[in-house]
Every structure is written in C-alpha cells, then in structure tokens.
Ligand binder design. Structure first.
Ligand SMILES: NC(=O)c1ccc[n+]([C@@H]2O[C@H](COP(=O)([O-])OP(=O)(O)OC[C@H]3O[C@@H](n4cnc5c(N)ncnc54)[C@H](O)[C@@H]3O)[C@@H](O)[C@H]2O)c1
Length: 257
C-alpha cells in the first residue's frame, strides 16, 4: 500500500470559511498545499474577507452558498459540476446559533432559534450530501466539525450542544447510507479555538483557560491541529475509518478529574 498524504489531483469542496481564523480556512489551505484543488462555498456576508484570502489558493472555485437556501445550494453544485466534474472531499465547517441562545439557560431557546440552529448546523450535512452526492467520486471523504458539548453539558453551549449531538448522529447515518459507494463520513471533535463563531459563546475565554489547565497535554489546540487530522481523513490513509467522531483536544475529554 502506498503511504502518502499527497492529495494531488483531488478536488475538495469546503463550506465554512469566514476569516483567516476559521477552522474551514485552515483545512482549505492545508488541502490546497497538499495538492488539492479547492472550491469554497461561502456566505454573502463574509465575501469581503473570503475573496482576499482565496488569493492564497491555487485556482480556487468560489461561489456563494447558504445552508438556509436550497436554491443557492443547487446553484453551488451546478458550478462545481461545471468546474470540477466530480469531487473527492467535502468539508462541512458550518454552524450558527443566535448569540442570545449561547448564554444563560438552555431552556430559554425559542422554537425559531432552535430550528435555525439545527437547520444550519446539523440538517445542512445530509442536505449537502443529498444535493452534491451525485458528484462525489467513489472513495470520497466527508468531514464535519463538532465539539464535546454534544456529549457533555458545557455551560452556555446550550442549543449548539444539541445540534452537535444531531450532527454526530448524522455522521453515523450518512456513513451507513454512503458506505456501499466507498464514501466515508467522519466528524472531528475539536477543542476550543478562538474564531468568529466561538466569540458568540458567552464566557468563551474562560472555556479556553479551563481547557488549557484540564487538557492532559496542558495546552490548547489550534486550527492547524484540526487541519492535520482533516488531511488524514481526506487521504486514503484513513480508507477504513468511517462513521467516527475523532477528538483533537490535547486530551481534555478523557481527563476524569
Ligand atoms: N472554534 C471552536 O472552538 C470550535 C470547536 C469545535 C468545533 N467547532 C466547529 O467548527 C466549525 C467552524 O467554526 P469556526 O470556529 O471555524 O468559526 P467560523 O465563524 O470561522 O466558521 C463558521 C462558519 O459557518 C458559516 N455559516 C454560518 N451560518 C451559515 C449559513 N446559514 N450558511 C452557510 N454558512 C454559514 C459562517 O459563514 C462561517 O464561515 C463549526 O461547525 C463549529 O461549531 C468550532
């Protein structure tokens, strides 16, 4: 077996780049630097940040996309079909909940806030697979981003924890759906990293300092640690890993004290 992380000739579709701090950006850059061609599906509101960043990529495909808009999603994959034909890697690095619901009591979330968070952060994964699945090559890899708040109660994470539980479950069901095509679906559970989305969570700085103290490695992770795992999951080195939630958290989640 050839053991290589060289992704030359592969094509990756990445959702969730907003700034140079975005986990999605670090993954896109790492995939690009390892030989992939990249397509970014980005929200209209972040275009001003994404277009300058994309200059660092080799002939990227750039198209607006919004998880709340099926028409835009269809148009996005039409662009991908035209530019790429088929693709090999789908990165889902997208989440949203209104700031009001990332503080205080979880039960204060209202119906609309709950549904929006779920739609953008969890439903979007199967919805993207449904819309873009016909363009995925055999042995393609689908990768999404999750957090420990899915399996443990983390103060202020609230509705997003429930969304991440759904996303992790969706990972297993999609792995079942796509297994016979040789397509793998995994989620990366990352430790806390300061990003735009993270800044919406009340008390995020204290989550960071607590994580640093409790992590077995006594440090926080950064977005490149996540990108490194994404590279492995995108490559054939992980060809028999599917339906998994894999932690990159410097050992935080296994510290019982
Ligand atoms: N930062 C952390 O501490 C951390 C830890 C674990 C997991 N994650 C997860 O990583 C992923 C990326 O988040 P990040 O921390 O890089 O923050 P980020 O703000 O840089 O990225 C979030 C992305 O979601 C996109 N998005 C939001 N609503 C959307 C919509 N309706 N349609 C399309 N895109 C939409 C935003 O444009 C943005 O690009 C998220 O799933 C997040 O939950 C983050």
């Amino acid at each position: 077996m050839k053991r290589t992380l060289d992704l030359t000739g592969k094509k990756a579709v990445v959702f969730g780049v907003a700034t140079d701090a975005s986990i999605g950006w670090h993954i896109a850059k790492a995939l690009n630097d390892n030989g992939c061609r990249i397509a970014l599906g980005y929200q209209d509101r972040v275009e001003q940040f994404v277009l300058p960043l994309a200059k660092q990529l080799n002939k990227p495909v750039l198209a607006k996309c919004d998880m709340m808009d099926d028409f835009l999603i269809e148009r996005f994959f039409e662009t991908i079909e035209k530019e790429f034909g088929k693709f090999d890697i789908l990165v889902h690095s997208v989440a949203f909940a209104k700031k009001d619901f990332l503080q205080g009591k979880f039960y204060d979330v209202d119906r609309k806030g709950f549904n929006t968070a779920m739609e953008v952060s969890a439903f979007s994964l199967p919805n993207l697979v449904k819309a873009g699945g016909r363009l995925m090559n055999e042995n393609a890899s689908v990768i999404s981003m999750t957090y420990l708040g899915s399996v443990m109660a983390v103060q202020n994470y609230n509705v997003m924890g429930v969304c991440k539980a759904a996303l992790e479950s969706a990972t297993r069901y999609l792995a079942m759906d796509l297994g016979e095509k040789g397509i793998r679906v995994n989620a990366i559970s990352a430790g806390p990293i300061k990003t735009l989305a993270a800044s919406g969570i009340a008390g995020f700085d204290s989550i960071l300092s607590h994580a640093e103290k409790k992590a077995l490695l006594k440090r926080n992770i950064d977005a490149d640690d996540v990108a490194n795992l994404a590279l492995f999951l995108a490559s054939d080195l992980s060809r028999n890993i599917t339906g998994q939630v894999i932690y990159v958290d410097a050992g935080y989640s296994v510290n019982g004290m």
